[in-house]
Design a protein around this ligand. Structure first.
Ligand code: 5AD
Ligand code: SF4
Length: 465
């Protein structure tokens, strides 16, 4: 069952924030914190809450761990290489602890929701002082207070289906873009995926809480709202509402801003949702719809609840209702038992759909998931070859794909200085495509109409009209 963190509990944590702030104010200089977030947007959003709480405790922030008073690693468990990276970085902190024994080193996020990982940290990373799970994020003030006063090693990973904690401070990484979680957790249990085990059951925030946060963000200058959830398409099921209704309500907020969302699950990408998106002018014209495989047989093994044909129907409807919408996807290569024939179905699907871009992954077994128990006869070398073949096919498809934008005038959110040339400005089109263009820096944070003049493989250039 979902636990809503009570106002009393939040008030108690605010009390700890105050106590830490008082202790920190007595120091010669304010403490610095280094927060390193790995993984997806959900984690980035958690990282902004961690920073929000630490800022209110009086911390400044540093980009590197050297010399920091508090170091927090906010970890990702989605693939083995994400975990390896965390362990590598964590090992390197040994030297930092030797240099500065007073530093508090904390590890949180998806990785530490797994018992074998906590055991490994206990055994092999004695310099880690504090471990706290995804359900314990809101207790950070209390945990930090105890570190400042008692300095005992603490592991706090509460079990359960997950919590919703409202009213935590947030320190946004980017003033123009506000990440707003709308739901947490996942009930889908795709057989390869660790997320349901580390993020708990699906639970949605109340619409009124989301709207209040969205309105405040827009009033505070945000021009892009990123609605977050492991599967936003199933928002609100337990509240008697749904994602299309939420999109319409946010679309009705006054002001010019853009609405993005991630991630989506094709099984819940209904016609009603696509209609709502078509009618909401603030919602991006970009669908990130992870297909994972082009083989219905493999999709069955993955427990995805849609077939290749279902997916193609959804794509067809998107293209009919919103011509010109960009489409991107995630693909896993080398799922256990995937054959050459299955893989070729993936190639044929991406040729048929012609995605604007792809996020591609080699299957990584995750302890505790069903796929990790399935026979997996294909060698790593062969999977590597398939993977490279997939990249080649996609890069062939991607060539010239942006030519269609040349000559069009698109509404662009100006985000900052040009990536290639600081004399230019850069922004994104409604399809989420990068555009560089000439203009005055005072336009940063505003929407401008840009006529597209040239297309490159990954970006466009144009001129303000
Ligand atoms: N191995 C490889 N890729 C994975 N993903 C999720 N779990 C795994 C795994 N065990 C990919 C999926 C998902 C994306 C976020 O990460 O493609 O959509
Ligand atoms: Fe990583 Fe998934 Fe957790 Fe995000 S939700 S941090 S991708 S494991």
């Amino acid at each position: 069952m979902t636990v809503n963190i009570t106002a009393e509990e939040t008030a108690k944590q605010r009390g700890f924030i105050k106590k830490c702030a008082e202790m920190n104010a007595r120091r010669e200089a304010p403490p610095t914190a280094h927060v390193h977030t790995f993984g997806c947007q959900q984690n980035v959003s958690d990282g902004e809450k961690i920073k929000g709480m630490l800022a209110e405790m009086g911390c400044g922030f540093s980009e590197t761990p050297e010399g920091a008073d508090i170091i927090i690693f906010n970890t990702c468990a989605v693939r083995g290489n994400a975990e390896d990276r965390v362990f590598g970085n964590l090992g390197a902190l040994k030297h930092e602890k030797r240099r500065n024994p007073d530093v508090v080193i904390g590890v949180c996020g998806c990785m530490v929701q797994q018992e074998h990982i906590v055991d490994k940290i206990k055994r092999s990373f004695p310099h880690v002082d504090l471990v706290f799970g995804t359900n314990a994020l809101h207790t950070l003030p209390e945990l930090v207070y105890r570190q400042l006063t008692e300095r005992k090693r603490e592991f706090y990973v509460p079990r359960g289906d997950g919590v919703i904690a409202e009213g935590l401070p947030v320190l946004r990484e980017n003033a123009l873009k506000a990440s707003i979680p709308i739901m947490y957790g996942c009930n889908n249990f795709c057989t390869y995926c660790i997320v349901p085990y580390v993020r708990g059951r699906e639970r949605s925030r109340k619409t009124e809480d989301i709207l209040a946060e969205a309105e405040a963000a827009v009033q505070g200058g945000a021009r892009e709202l990123l609605l977050l959830g492991q599967n936003v398409n199933s928002y609100g099921k337990e509240l008697g509402t749904d994602f299309p209704s939420l999109l319409r309500a946010i679309n009705d907020i006054d002001g010019e801003f853009r609405i993005c969302y991630m991630s989506s699950h094709p099984k819940d990408a209904t016609r009603e949702l696509i209609d709502a998106i078509a009618e909401c002018e603030k919602v991006t014209r970009h669908f990130h719809l992870p297909v994972q495989s082009g083989s219905s047989r493999v999709l069955g093994l993955m427990n995805r609840h849609y077939s290749r044909e279902d997916y193609l129907k959804i794509v067809g409807y998107i293209r009919e209702r919103i011509p010109g919408a960009a489409l991107t996807s995630d693909i896993i290569v080398g799922f256990p038992g995937e054959t050459r024939e299955d893989f070729e179905e993936t190639l044929s699907l991406i040729r048929e759909v012609r995605f604007d871009s792809l996020y591609t992954f080699i299957y990584s077994p995750r302890k505790g998931t069903r796929a990790a128990e399935m026979p997996d006869p294909v060698t790593a070398e062969e999977k590597g070859e398939w993977f490279r073949e997939l990249l080649d096919v996609q890069s062939e498809i991607g060539r010239g794909l942006y030519e269609k934008y040349v000559g069009q005038t698109l509404r662009v959110l100006c985000e900052g200085e040009g990536r290639t040339d600081p004399n230019l400005l850069t922004g994104k089109t409604p399809q989420d495509v990068i555009v560089d263009f000439d203009g005055d820096k005072s336009l940063i944070g505003r929407f401008v109409d840009v006529k597209i003049e040239r297309a490159y493989q990954w970006a466009l250039t144009g001129r303000i009209v």
